[in-house]
Design a protein around this ligand. Sequence first.
Ligand code: NAD
Ligand code: ZN
Length: 375
Amino acid sequence: MDVKKDFVLKNNVRNTLTKFRNFPMVPRVVFGSGSFGQLGEILMPHRKSTEAPMVYLVDDVFEGTGLVERIPLICSDRLVFISADEEPKTQQVDALVNEIRELFSEEPSGIIGIGGGTLLDLAKAVAIMLTNEGGAARYQGWDLVHKPAVYHVGIPTISGTGAEVSRTTVLLGPEKKLGINSDYTTFDQVILDPDLLEGVPHEQWFYTGMDCFIHCIESLSGTYLNAFSQSYGEKALDLCKEVFLRDLPEKQAREKLMMASWHGGMSIAYSQVGVAHAMSYGLSYVLGVKHGLGNCLVFQHLEEFYPEGVALFHRMKDTHGIVLPKGVCGHVSEDDLDTMSAVALGLEPLWENALGPDWKARVSAEELKSIYRRI
Ligand code: NAD
Ligand code: ZN
């Protein structure tokens, strides 16, 4: 029997019935208080030559702190401080890649991102763009990257986005805010050291933590849910409830939030986010509101879609004395509101996950605009 022909035939039959996603996971991860100290040892086998540096992209909030002294800089390694005040942009990625290419005769041995979702996404995008032609905007979308990225490592210093585990890097491009979703985006190595979360400002801790909580709610109540994402989503949701509704010792709270973020990210890997994320993208596209805060601003008004989740959110917010900004969209023009809702409604898989295949009949631009006006 022709084995190959037989396989192709059977496989085609299977594929016409259903198509399962085959997505990458982070192959190596270290967890533990103080594990950041192992970075030098972890990188060593990946150093290609003395001329092929490790490039560390570090949140500039750490400039002048003890963390920087612990970064294992050797040979031609380079440390670049980057502000996380604004979300990453495709032009910023292109500029960083050009800078690296001009500085070094050899391709870097690795790119290491140290910071929150902003720095993690930049590190992923730079690693991809060092080996792929053209500008980053060209690769915003699904599975448009065809060459493996440079070795890249993610080291989160704030928890919630799940960027440390996801196969996307969310970038603001000239035309859209959209991720580079690809099998090459996922980190090759992640270091989860809960000690690095010390010093995160209270409000930011809440906003980024709520990103994880919202991932869980959107995943668990979505139509794409399956046992794989449910198992991660439920664990992440339990951890969020412990962290945000119970009075845990700080160290434990940091550890649990770090793992909640991981599990929340894993949960959406095999399902999808929903209404809050779609609308938060619109808000961010027009007003530049950052992801964590944007999600909270939208989510507070989504009782129609997520009644239990929104009630829990208000309890968590009140427990921690968080007062969300008001009047954010107060002066937004009709044109801008149209853009916001168009950006939101353009994210079809998110709506399909949230409301099912007939989602277009269940939500309108007018309805979204009326929610935006309340923000
Ligand atoms: P962030 O990286 O934007 O950082 C938020 C703030 O916290 C910044 O001011 C930063 O300097 C500060 N900070 C971080 N760590 C700190 C520490 N240890 N001590 C003191 N200050 C610290 O925050 P974020 O919410 O993690 O990331 C948001 C970004 O993540 C957005 O750009 C969003 O698009 C992206 N995101 C990506 C994914 C993904 O899967 N790739 C998922 C969700 C969100
Ligand atoms: Zn998110």
